[in-house]
Write a protein that binds this ligand. Structure first.
Ligand code: NAG
Ligand code: NAG
Ligand code: NAG
Length: 579
């Protein structure tokens, strides 16, 4: 008996070590990608894959051959959630050609991170289909037909509409030629559509019924109107940009592929639902006789953090009439807005509504049905009219004459001439407006606004310290700046020196070879203890790094590749295309 027991302990796979982070550094070989020659791997060991949150808090070999010796952080091949030969090809194309070996290593980790770690459920709708659920969930009327994809945010077991759109953005250009990527994104559009139809005011969602994945609990007891079913919804903060991101996911896919095949009846129902939200949330707080009228969306939480709940019984601060702007109760950081006409989210919505109108115009050419075409034209009119009135609302109500910086855009306003001057790291932000397509980066209004929000005198959340500098926000607090904001700063710059210094700053604090949510500007990041930053597994930030490198490869190849001024450009989906 005892001997048997002893023997079976000996036979236990070495994976016991998987559970203990301290050992990782000693046992790096186990986690090699397999691209680097044979080694003991998880397939051989036949053990479960390590939880990626823990995996990402240790450094795995091989290290980069740059001065920072950054680790390799991709899970073992057999532990990846989704693999795509086309995505591997992009890495094979770029990795050897990048002159900064540390940046190349981060790119190699970050570019596939969404696929490697966050595709928790996917059916392509052709060979695999959504099955029956092990749960019975109240009010789940979704059809779950066709391709579906559930893209988890990272270390929190839920899908955010905003995060998932951004998590997938760096693969969009592959969708035209790669069927697997195309189905993955089409699936993500269809899954988001179900979320929007059922709960258009919510920001984060549980795994869909047929995925068979367990829902999790966010530990709060929020009082929200309209009510929702917690086994379907992870959190229900109404953020205008969540809905803009749903539209953006489809618009990006259309721009990349020219295809309108994702425009299903469910998608149109989601669009109708969004239009209803826009109508409801463009209502002012008082009617023409200054009588209070209740808003459809209310949110209260018991908390000591002012940014986690809405005052005035869940309503938030009052909004004036006639602006054309749309209320957003919360920001893309999931913090409460102070003045709920949140400008970056309105700007993004204006752009995406206009793009959706063009998408529907393209769709009219695919049908000969007169009634359909008429209906499409009605949609197009509504979308364009909202898009225009939001844009005018921003230009008429959010431009402020600043004594130092001149004409700038406010972060928030209320329709009573109150303005909040600041920016937050999370996109949509003021800093990202040119990337969102709202302003050109050469416009004075943008340049003045940019100078303001990248100054500690113009933006209280521009934080700097001996170890790091960037824009943060109230979500993590006054000591933490977010690498994401520094990457957006790079992508909105025309100045090679500014771009390179942004990349240096981000690299310097990415000691685990991935991008953290935020970094303590005083102490930076400790390689041993992993202290000084937040969120080990934040897929969105990794995607922004990948997008930044791909942008450089296409627009400023001399900054990333050898060859100086004649360095070849690289375009995703096309390869190197000459200088
Ligand atoms: C920051 O992210 C890295 C992975 O990139 C992780 O190892 C580290 O633990 C994170 N920091 C915190 C405090 O979560
Ligand atoms: C919508 O897009 C068209 C070009 O496609 C542009 O001319 C127009 O100004 C845009 N409208 C708004 C409100 O952004
Ligand atoms: C990198 O970080 C260290 C401390 O963490 C700091 O001393 C150094 O100045 C930083 N370098 C850059 C380029 O930011």
């Amino acid at each position: 008996m005892r001997l048997d027991l002893y023997a079976s302990i000996l036979a236990l796979p070495a994976c016991l070590r998987l559970a203990c982070a301290e050992q990782y550094e000693l046992d790096d070989a186990i986690y090699d990608s397999g691209l680097h020659g044979p080694g003991t791997d998880q397939e051989v060991l036949g053990v479960p894959c390590p939880d990626y949150t823990r995996y990402a808090t240790a450094r795995h070999r091989p290290y980069s051959d740059g001065p920072l010796e950054l680790p390799f952080q991709r899970p073992h091949k057999s532990c990846r959630k989704f693999t795509s030969p086309e995505v591997e090809q992009v890495i094979r194309d770029l990795y050897p050609r990048m002159k900064d070996r540390d940046l190349a290593h981060i790119f190699q980790n970050a570019f596939p991170n969404t696929l490697d770690t966050t595709v928790l459920w996917h059916v392509d709708g052709e060979t695999t289909h959504a099955g029956p659920s092990k749960y019975f969930r109240y009010r789940d009327n979704a059809e779950w037909k066709g391709a579906q994809s559930f893209i988890v945010t990272g270390d929190i077991n839920a899908e955010w509409l905003r995060d998932s759109t951004n998590q997938l953005a760096q693969y969009q250009l592959l969708a035209k030629t790669a069927l697997d990527i195309s189905n993955l994104i089409k699936g993500a559009i269809a899954t988001q559509a179900e979320f929007v139809i059922e709960n258009p005011y919510c920001n984060a969602f549980q795994p869909p019924n047929p995925s068979g994945l367990d829902p999790s609990n966010n530990g709060q007891q929020d009082i929200v109107h309209p009510q929702y079913e917690p086994s379907n919804v992870f959190e229900c903060k109404y953020e205008l940009d969540s809905l803009a991101n749903f539209l953006s996911l489809g618009n990006q896919y259309h721009a990349a592929t020219g295809s309108t095949k994702f425009l299903t009846n469910r998608w149109f129902l989601a669009l109708r639902t969004i239009i209803a939200v826009l109508q409801a949330q463009s209502q002012p707080t008082f009617d023409a006789d200054h009588k209070f009228r209740v808003n459809e969306y209310l949110f209260s939480r018991q908390t000591t953090a002012g940014t986690e709940t809405l005052n005035l019984g869940g309503l938030g601060n009052p909004l004036g009439p006639g602006t054309g702007l749309i209320r957003s109760a919360f920001r893309p950081s999931d913090d409460a807005a102070i003045f709920p006409f949140l400008i970056p989210s309105n700007a993004m919505m204006s752009v995406e509504l206009n793009r959706t109108a063009s998408l529907l115009r393209a769709f009219t050419t695919t049908t000969a049905d007169k009634a359909d075409i008429e209906n499409l034209h009605i949609y197009i009119k509504i979308l364009e009219s909202h898009s225009t009135s939001i844009r005018n609302g921003i230009l008429n109500h959010a431009v402020v004459n600043h004594p130092t910086f001149g004409q700038v855009l406010a972060y928030e306003t209320d329709g009573y001439n109150s303005h909040l001057l600041m920016d937050d790291a999370n996109v949509p932000s003021l800093l990202s407006l040119p990337l969102l397509g709202f302003l050109d980066k050469s416009e004075a209004l943008y340049q003045n606004t940019r100078a303001m929000i990248l100054s500690p005198h113009g933006n209280p959340y521009f934080l700097s310290g001996p170890a790091f500098t960037g824009i943060g926000g109230p979500h993590i607090g006054l000591r933490n700046a977010w690498p994401m904001s520094v990457l957006i700063q790079a992508m909105t710059s025309d100045d090679d020196n500014e771009i390179l210094s942004c990349l240096e700053r981000v690299k310097n604090v990415s000691v685990f070879g991935l991008i953290n949510e935020s970094v303590d500007v005083r102490v930076g990041v400790d390689r041993r203890s992993a202290q000084g930053m937040t969120r080990p597994w934040f897929a969105w930030a990794n995607s922004v790094l990948a997008q930044c490198v791909l942008w450089l490869a296409q627009e400023r190849p001399h900054l990333v590749f050898e060859g100086g001024a004649v360095a070849e450009k690289y375009v995703v989906g096309k390869g190197f295309v000459g200088a």
